[in-house]
Design a protein around this ligand. Structure first.
Ligand SMILES: [Zn+2]
Length: 110
């Protein structure tokens, strides 16, 4: 599953270890989504931007443990971005090789 392998390291910068798995999962899902919907071998500019955005939100989240977005007092995701992440998750979730990390993220966004 290496569609964006070369990008992985840079987005881990500044993200705490406990969030690294979540970020990796978002990256994998974006990889699946972008490959099928946008047809590239690696992430297109839009999907890459969304991944960077998600990484920043994870990094800046002041809550421990992070609550589900809909229960969170901060509402850090712009509605438009959150909608895109949800769309990616709905598409890529059932296509994920591992169920567990996706179920965690689903709890956050759906
Ligand atoms: Zn894309």
């Amino acid at each position: 599953m290496p569609p964006f392998e070369s990008k992985r390291i840079s987005y881990n910068m500044g993200v705490e270890k406990k969030n690294a798995a979540e970020l990796k999962t978002i990256g994998i899902m974006l990889g699946i989504y972008c490959r099928d919907k946008h047809g590239g071998k690696k992430l297109c500019a839009d999907c890459e931007e969304l991944l960077a955005y998600a990484a920043n939100r994870l990094r800046l989240c002041p809550h421990h443990p992070k609550p589900a977005c809909k229960n969170c007092p901060t509402h850090c995701y712009l509605p438009e971005k959150r909608e895109r992440v949800r769309e990616v998750m709905k598409y890529a979730g059932p296509r994920m090789p591992l169920r567990h990390p996706w179920l965690t993220l689903k709890h956050y966004f759906l």
